[in-house]
Write a protein that binds this ligand. Structure first.
Ligand code: CA
Ligand code: CA
Length: 409
């Protein structure tokens, strides 16, 4: 018996499922009678999310699941960890657009960002991926903040850096589901501006106005997307060096692959900031994903109001939602060199992403868990204003920096 055989025999004792029992039906349990859950009905029958044994994801096409199993899975079974049908998802209810102006940057002020800006802490050298809808990279306040992919030549129709994506100079789009709405959604550009709008070129000041943004689109203009496209956008964000990923969306119903993708990000030391959702419900009881994954590298964010209470529509949860952050009447950038006020936990999450970027720029050697810990340990808890979240408070990045200084002297 050679060494390899002995080793594999030993490994099999401990990990039976991944050795003798691996078969097309164990790596692709949805195909066939093994899975009769509600998930099966929402499947895109000719698209498949494949996670390989090295942790990477691809999305593949075939005529149907049986052909895919025979021609794709069976010949490469040893290399494939898990397969799931791709699915269309409708992202959380559209966040409201406010017509009337309030105070231009009440949220940034409320969380104490100006005191860090004054110390020269502005998010320098920290990359944040906006995994979302379209981001208008030509907006004058966004363009200077894009982490351009300098290994790629833009607009030449070629994948110059060989990363599998043609012309991903300003970021990439993974939208594969056709939709008929030609008008760009404001959502992604608004989220991007809350994180890092450059105040030198307009009226908005992002929480981390010198941080760098990586746009990774998977949500189409009509608010729809697919789980496979989301997974590819997350994976792309990691490959481009994002330290923080902002996920201002939710509503994925069948989420094994999405959860696996989040676990991969955790292994890479990436902090993921997730919007709690706008349905006014408790996600501990009525889980919504990715808000309710509860992973160690995740912060799930509820929305606080101008008067520093929980908004009526924000999702909550004493277990799975960690903090509140300003999410009402938030001014930010929108496509066409313009600005608008919007409401939503989609606006609260990027407040936290920006705060994390400030902290990371001040302490580049901190781990994702130390950044998370400093944000969670420093929230403002005002008597009578307790939020229905794990920390019962609203973030305060000025105080978070004091905590981080203790964790990373
Ligand atoms: Ca490329
Ligand atoms: Ca190119």
């Amino acid at each position: 018996m050679d060494v390899q055989k002995i080793l594999s025999a030993v490994v099999c004792i401990f990990v039976l499922a991944s050795c003798g029992n691996k078969s097309p039906s164990t790596v692709f349990p949805e195909n066939g009678a093994m899975d009769s859950s509600a998930c099966t009905g929402q499947a895109i029958q000719n698209k498949f999310i494949v996670q390989w044994e090295d942790g990477k994801f691809t999305v593949e096409q075939a005529a149907n699941a049986d052909e895919f199993t025979k021609n794709f899975i069976e010949p490469q079974l040893e290399k494939i960890r898990y397969v799931e049908f791709d699915r269309q998802i409708q992202t959380s209810k559209t966040d409201g657009i406010q017509a009337n102006a309030y105070s231009d940057s009440w949220g940034q002020t409320k969380i104490g960002a100006p005191s860090l800006w004054a110390q020269g802490i502005q998010g320098q050298n920290v990359k944040i991926a906006v995994v979302d809808a379209f981001v208008d990279t030509s907006h004058p306040q966004i363009k200077p903040r894009i982490a351009v992919n300098t290994a790629e030549i833009p607009n030449n129709g070629k994948d110059d850096d060989g990363n599998g994506i043609v012309d991903d100079y300003y970021g990439a789009s993974f939208v594969s589901i056709p939709n008929n709405n030609p008008t760009p959604s404001s959502h992604g550009t608004h989220v991007a501006g809350i994180i890092a709008a450059d105040e030198r070129y307009g009226s908005v000041q992002g929480v981390a106005p010198r941080a760098q943004l990586i746009p990774a689109q998977f949500i189409a203009n009509d608010g729809g997307g697919s789980l496979g496209d989301a997974v590819l956008a997350l994976q792309y964000s990691a490959s481009r060096g994002a330290k923080i990923i902002n996920a201002s969306w939710g509503g994925a119903p069948c989420v094994a692959s999405l959860r696996n993708a989040f676990v991969e990000l955790q292994g890479k030391g990436i902090l993921v900031i997730v919007a709690a959702g706008n349905d006014g419900r408790d996600v501990d009881v009525y889980p919504e994903f990715p808000a309710s994954f509860g992973l160690a590298n995740q912060i799930t964010v509820a929305a606080s109001s101008v008067s520093d209470f929980m908004t009526s529509w924000s999702n909550s949860g004493f277990n799975l939602v960690h903090v509140a952050a300003p999410g009402e009447r938030i001014l930010s950038t929108v496509p066409g060199n313009s600005t608008a006020y919007m409401d939503g936990t989609s606006m609260a999450a990027p407040m936290v992403s920006g705060a994390a970027a400030l902290l990371w720029s001040a302490r580049p050697t901190a781990s994702a868990l130390q950044i998370k810990e400093s944000i969670l340990q420093s929230v403002d808890v005002v008597p009578g204003h307790e939020f229905k979240v794990k920390t019962q408070g609203r973030i305060n990045v000025q105080k978070a920096f004091e905590v981080l200084k203790q964790l990373v002297p």
